[in-house]
Structures are given as structure tokens and as C-alpha cells.
Design a protein around this ligand. Structure first.
Ligand code: ADP
Length: 546
């Protein structure tokens, strides 16, 4: 019996196939192929192909996986740089109902073997470039997956390890394969392992709904259109390229693949293909800023560049803007499908002097249009901090673009979602204008004489020094203060001789006394494959300094 208290809007207005469909990013490709069949979808070196071909290749790929017995809910791993096969896997693997595990190609054989076993990979598609690591990993795995090689003519070297080459594998498939959207949008689409700097990596699981929603959030936040030409300077294994693998197709733009992040390839690609958009960690931006003059080329038109994954110092933002790039600052984590916030520009910022504008842009900003909740709160009471730009709390996120959870790790999932929010482990403040600013990862903050020192704030000051190209600041045990800041600095090529005392004197002018590094070490900085400085390595080094 229908209750009388039910609203008139709850009666005879039911959900059915005519008015409800599970959200999935897979339909973006079918749509783009129908609307833009002849338009260039993918460029890879001298190869370019249309949306019709891109779709047909994905259908063959999905069909070939099925024919090899891959069942819904099984895992297909890919170890490859940003090549077409990796992009196609983002569609074909879930079209077969399977889950894509894009592997971080900088990991060693032991970590890859752990991941292949933990994720129970049925198939591994692997580029020759990583054959040494993969061969060693395959010796360790408990159950060997079917191995398919990517035999990219743009790479010389390495070996084929598998049963078949990727192109021959596609030939096994049917281009008229009929894929179906998932029965439930909560179904897993992707598995991504976090870096695992403290123990075994954790497997972050995405669902179709979140991938769809975040991809559209990207298109909106970054202004993608059918005219967009997107250069793949961000690894696709990093949060599925922050879900731009799906977003660019949603807009009907063009994907320009790139095997290696190298300014000597990036500047010519921008010029040759009329690139309009690209993404990269601040370190990639820094590489472009400091590229040798003979490599740099003037931009044919302004290029939108989204940066995130680590805090971009305002000096880097300013230098990029000075070169004609337009910078968008994004913040997020693997657990949030990549970007969850953006530093949305406000009217009037354009008129500000560049350093001041860059300073505002260096903040992590406001919620993505597709994120439901963003707060900076006390992790114990869950009460939001006041918007005063000073009180530090933990950044917390909630909504449809937060992972399903960690694979086979209920304790870690529970801890991450405790209190009904996803706890990022990042510490930040909220400014009076509502914009958030990250001050540190909780494990990176320096506690000196009972005061919190934001390593990012000290780095921000160091990056403004005219001779500094890169800087990272970590805690060093200090007999008097508990901890004190220790700076690791790389100087610009051709910079005048600079001593530790010069750097410290600079900090004295630009920072409160207690925040000044007590030690300065010069040299290259250790980095992860996603362009983050490995602070745990530096912390160990800092302990050795006497
Ligand atoms: P990993 O844990 O391997 O570094 P993630 O990509 O998940 O991989 O890293 C997310 C972390 O990167 C965030 O928790 C934050 O500390 C940092 N981060 C990402 N984007 C920004 C940003 N725009 N500013 C400051 N920190 C950022």
C-alpha cells in the first residue's frame, strides 16, 4: 500500500532504462566516434588516427581479452609510458568488464611482483622499455599472467617477453564487439597502487561513476572543448592521468602521446600539433622553465597547463606565465581520482602584478565542481577550522570522486573514511576568501621548539632566490629544538657561486627567525616517477649531517 505521507513526486515516477543509466566514462568514446569519426583522436610520433579507428581498436582489444577468457571483475595490468596502447586500455579493459591496473613504471621488480600478485592480474601488457624489470618480476610472481608486448617502433631496445605483440593481439579481436555498460556504476574500473613509501603499496579502487564524474569535472575545470589538443606530459599511470584519459575523449579533443617527459620533445610537440592543454607536476614545469635556450621555442598560442601532485612554488607559476603558459593549479590524491580542488581565478586577479597573482594561484583553492565536500578540520573533533589563514587542520574530502576503498585492506579503508570523510593526511588552512592552502603533509611538517614549521613555506622562500632551481626542506633532529629545518637545494645552471651562508641570509630577510634552515645542502634532489621530491630520502640524509 502506498503511504499517504509520500510526496506526489515519489509516486509513479520510477527509475527505469528510459531515464536512468549507470554512469561510465566508456560511452565518451562511443559518442566521440559517432560524432567525430574522421577527426584525429590520437597522435603518436608520425602515427595519427581517427576517433573511428580509436574506437575500433578498443573494441578489438576488449573482444580479444574476452576471447582469452578474461572475465568481468578480473584485472588487466599495463606497464607502459604514455603510448596509444595505454590509452586504449582505459577503454578496452573496462569494456570487457575487467579492471585496469596501470603500473608505475619506475617501480622495481619486487614491487611490481607484489602488485601483480595482490591485484591478481590475469593479463599483463608491457612495453619493451621495461622488459628488465618485468622479466625479474615475472620470475617472482605466484601466478604468471598472460603477457602481451607493446612493440613500439618509437623505442629501440629492451626485449619482447610475452606470447604476442599488442597489434597482433588486437587482430584476434572483433571490431564489431558489443560492449555493455556496467550493470552497476559502483563496479570497479581501475586499480592504482600508492607509492608505498611506508611498507607495501595500497591498491586504490575506482568505480565507473567516479571516473565519469571526475572526467567531466576536469573538462569543466580546465576548459576542454572539441578543439583541445592535449599533450600527454602527465603519466597515464598516475591516477589514470588524473582521469584526463577519459576527459579529453569526453570533449572530443585530440590526445598527443609522449613516451618521455623531456623539454626537447615537449616544445616541438606543442609547435607541431598546436597543443592547447597539458598537465604536469611542478617539477615538469620547472624543467620547461629551465630548459636550455636552444630547446625552448616560442609558443604559437597560449597553452593551458594544469599543475599539481605537489605544491607549485609561486616562482614557478610566475615563470611559466611569463613564458606564455596559462597555469591552473589543481590538488588531489590517488584516492580522489587525481584533482579534487582547483585554484579558481577571480575577477581582478588578472590586474595584479605577476608575483602577487602567482602567490594567490599557489593556493590549492576550492572544491572541484564535481566534489561534494571539502573541509579543513580538526581530525579529532571533525570541526572545521576558522577561515583565518592560520589555524591548521587536516584537509578532508567527500563525495562521488573519492575511491571505493583500498583493495583487500579493510582496516586502511576504515581508517581513511573515519568520521564520514576521506582524510587526506595533508595539513592546511582556510583563508578568509574560502580558499584552502596546504601547509604540509602531516608527516613532513617540522616541529621546532613546539612550533609548527611548514616545509612548503620555507621552500616557497627558497624558490624566490635568484640562483635556486629546486628546493626541498625537511626536519632534521636538533638537540636544542627537537627538530630544525634542513634545506636541500639545486642551483640553476650557470648560477653564480652560492654558499650556504648566502641562502641562510636570504631566508633571514624572507622568513621568521625560527623557520630559517640551520643546514643547507647543495646537489640534485631524489624524485619519484610522478615528480615528487622524496622527502623520506632527504630526511635520512639530514640525519647524517653533523
Ligand atoms: P603519492 O602518495 O605517491 O605521492 P598521490 O598522487 O596520491 O601519490 O599524492 C597525493 C599527495 O600529493 C597529496 O596528499 C599531497 O600531499 C600532494 N599534493 C598533490 N597535489 C598537491 C598540490 N597542488 N599542492 C600540494 N600538495 C599536493
Amino acid at each position: 500500500m502506498v503511504s499517504k505521507t509520500r510526496s506526489i513526486y515519489e509516486r509513479d515516477l520510477d527509475r527505469g532504462p528510459a531515464n536512468y543509466a549507470p554512469l561510465t566514462p566508456l560511452g565518451f568514446l562511443a559518442r566521440a566516434a559517432a560524432i567525430y569519426p574522421r577527426k584525429t583522436a590520437v597522435i603518436h610520433g608520425p602515427t595519427r588516427y581517427s576517433y573511428a579507428k580509436f574506437y575500433a581498436r578498443c573494441l578489438r582489444f576488449a573482444s580479444a581479452l574476452k576471447k582469452r577468457g578474461v572475465r568481468p571483475g578480473e584485472t588487466v595490468a599495463v606497464m607502459a609510458p604514455n603510448v596509444p596502447a595505454m590509452l586504449e586500455a582505459h577503454y578496452a579493459v573496462p569494456m570487457a568488464g575487467a579492471v585496469l591496473n596501470a603500473l608505475n613504471y619506475r617501480l622495481d621488480a619486487a614491487a611490481i611482483a607484489f602488485i601483480l600478485d595482490h591485484g591478481a592480474a590475469r593479463v599483463l601488457i608491457t612495453d619493451r622499455e621495461f622488459s628488465d624489470t618485468i622479466a625479474a618480476a615475472l620470475k617472482r610472481v605466484k601466478k604468471k599472467p598472460l603477457v602481451i608486448d607493446i612493440d613500439d617502433p618509437l623505442y629501440e631496445g629492451g626485449q619482447r617477453l610475452g606470447e604476442k605483440d599488442y597489434e597482433a593481439f588486437l587482430d584476434e579481436g572483433d571490431p564489431d564487439f558489443v560492449w555493455r555498460p556496467p550493470a552497476d556504476e559502483w563496479q570497479a574500473i581501475s586499480l592504482l597502487y600508492t607509492s608505498g613509501t611506508t611498507g607495501n603499496p595500497k591498491g586504490v579502487v575506482y568505480h565507473h561513476r567516479g571516473a565519469y564524474v571526475n572526467a567531466l569535472g576536469n573538462a569543466l575545470a580546465f576548459g576542454l572543448t572539441p578543439d583541445s589538443v592535449y599533450l600527454w606530459t602527465l603519466p597515464m599511470f598516475h591516477c589514470n592521468g588524473w582521469t584526463y584519459t577519459w576527459a579529453v575523449t569526453a570533449a572530443g579533443g585530440t590526445h598527443v602521446c609522449l613516451r618521455r617527459v623531456d623539454p626537447a620533445l615537449i616544445f616541438p610537440a606543442i609547435a607541431a600539433h598546436g597543443v592547447t592543454h597539458m598537465c604536469g607536476a611542478p617539477i615538469v614545469l620547472n624543467m620547461l622553465v629551465h630548459a636550455p635556450a636552444e630547446v625552448k621555442r616560442p609558443l604559437p598560442r597560449p597553452v593551458e597547463v594544469a599543475t599539481g601532485g605537489a605544491a607549485p612554488p609561486s616562482a614557478i607559476i610566475a615563470a611559466m606565465e611569463g613564458m606564455g603558459f596559462r597555469v591552473t593549479h589543481l590538488y588531489g590524491l590517488t584516492e580522489s581520482y587525481g584533482p579534487a580542488t582547483l585554484c579558481a581565478p577571480q575577477a581582478g586577479w588578472e590586474e595584479l602584478a605577476l608575483p602577487e597573482r602567482a602567490r594567490l594561484m599557489a593556493r590549492q583553492g576550492v572544491a572541484y565542481p564535481t566534489l561534494d565536500g571539502l573541509m579543513v578540520a580538526d581530525p579529532k573533533t571533525m570541526r572545521p577550522v576558522p577561515s583565518n589563514g592560520e589555524t591548521i587542520g587536516e584537509v578532508m574530502l567527500r563525495g562521488n570522486t573519492v575511491m571505493k576503498g583500498y583493495l583487500k585492506n579493510p582496516e586502511a579503508t576504515r581508517a581513511a573514511f573515519k568520521g564520514g570523510w576521506f582524510r587526506t593526511g595533508d595539513l592546511g588552512v582556510r583563508h578568509p576568501d574560502g580558499y584552502i592552502e596546504i601547509k604540509d603533509r602531516s608527516k613532513d611538517i617540522i616541529i621546532s621548539g613546539g612550533e609548527n614549521i611548514s616545509s612548503l613555506e620555507v621552500e616557497e622562500a627558497l624558490y624566490k632566490h635568484p640562483s635556486v632551481m629546486e628546493a626541498a626542506v625537511v626536519a632534521r633532529p636538533d638537540p636544542q629544538w627537537g627538530e630544525s629545518p634542513c634545506a636541500f637545494v639545486t642551483l640553476k645552471p650557470g648560477a653564480p657561486p652560492t654558499a650556504a651562508a648566502d641562502i641562510i641570509a636570504w631566508c633571514r630577510i624572507n622568513l621568521a627567525h625560527y623557520k630559517i634552515p640551520r643546514a643547507v645542502v647543495f646537489g640534485p634532489l631524489p624524485k619519484t616517477s610522478t615528480g615528487k621530491i622524496q622527502k623520506y630520502v632527504l630526511r635520512d640524509r639530514a640525519k647524517e649531517i653533523v
